[in-house]
Ligand binder design. Structure first.
Ligand code: ADE
Ligand code: ZN
Length: 335
């Protein structure tokens, strides 16, 4: 079996996906037409040509502009269903996805339309394709902690639809400590805690995410590798890192795919996982991300199986379901 066939056959879990980042140019243009939103692009090709980023902020500017076409519950449903179709094609069996409600409520879209549309597609798509799912409300870190609190309050009637909270958007200048109180409150509400840290930010931001936000899962975490003691700590606590290879390359977090930290993380014993982040913008979904690191780093079949297993082990699924998915991976490794 080739590595590509092996990757395709592996059951996978995606733990780091921004649903707004799965908005493909074709759907972007379709929704712009449907909702009479004017975009600064003449065609789908024009949209794709604009997807060149020197850093995270370059991307975020285009990502927030893209969101402007999402207005109705049906739009959020269609967006999420398209992602479920892509996930099924990649043999992804479980997804834990972020959404950015502040990117929508700030434009006058109701919180209800956003969460109801996304949740309905997760449920319908899950049944059609046999994919389980969880939803994570992500706070925009360039906004204030008060704004995050207001968003958490809006989410209270929908707590049964949420597994956790996250922290995303512009990292530099917006350290985890800025959100200490709102993360404490989310934890009291029984929500799991995730935060992007160490994507562009220094290792100290990863320490803050651990010590101040008390996260359950670390999104990206690349720059933790600069600090040996921090790496040892992440190994000791068995912290799951959601690394996003194509995102890292496209946002110049790494200069080339051969510089991806995934293999070193595996060799050090970190619980690293592979994810697609914003696949419509970065050129590929789960299998494309697996294939990119497998080729560039010459990962072994065993390492690929470990990465897939780490996805389920690091998920917020109940233990019995994790065990079942790991057994299915074993069935691929030792048929
Ligand atoms: N929002 C969407 N994708 C993101 C990323 N990779 N980093 C920070 N914020 C994001
Ligand atoms: Zn992300």
């Amino acid at each position: 079996m080739t590595k590509t066939d092996f990757i395709a056959a592996l059951p996978k879990a995606e733990l780091h996906l921004h649903i707004e980042g799965s908005l493909e140019p074709e759907l972007l243009v379709e929704l712009a037409d449907r909702n009479n939103v004017t975009l600064p692009y003449a065609s789908v090709d024009d949209v794709r040509a604009a997807y060149q980023f020197g850093n995270l902020q370059d991307f975020l500017d285009i990502y927030y502009q893209g969101m402007s076409v999402l207005l109705t519950q049906q739009d959020f449903y269609d967006l999420t269903m398209a992602y479920m179709v892509r996930s099924a094609a990649d043999n992804v069996k479980h997804v834990e996805i972020f959404f950015d409600p502040q990117g929508h409520t700030s434009r006058g879209v109701s919180f209800d339309a956003v969460i109801t549309g996304i949740s309905a597609a997760l449920s319908d798509g899950g049944k059609t394709y046999g994919i389980s799912s969880r939803l994570i409300l992500s706070f925009l870190r360039h906004l204030s902690q008060d704004d995050a609190f207001a968003t958490l309050t809006r989410a209270e009637p929908y707590l049964d639809k949420l597994v956790g909270v996250g922290l995303d958007s512009s990292e530099l200048g917006h350290p985890p400590a800025k959100f200490e109180r709102v993360f404490a409150r989310a934890g009291e509400m029984g929500l799991k805690l995730c935060a992007h840290a160490g994507e562009e930010g220094p290792p100290d931001y990863v320490r803050q995410a651990l010590d101040i936000l008390k996260i359950d899962r670390l999104d990206h975490g690349n720059r933790a590798m600069e600090d040996t003691q921090l790496v040892d700590r992440l190994i000791d606590m068995n912290m799951t890192l959601t690394v996003c290879p194509l995102s890292n390359l496209m946002l110049a977090v790494i200069p080339s795919m051969t510089a991806s930290p995934v293999k070193t993380m595996l060799e050090r014993g970190l619980a690293v996982t592979i994810n697609s982040d914003d696949p419509a913008y970065f050129g590929g979904y789960m299998n494309a991300n697996f294939n990119a690191v497998a080729a560039a780093l010459d990962l072994s079949f065993e390492q690929l199986a470990t990465l897939a297993g780490n996805g389920f082990r690091g998920s917020f699924l109940p233990e019995s379901e994790i065990v079942a998915h790991l057994a299915a991976i074993d069935g691929i490794v030792r048929p």
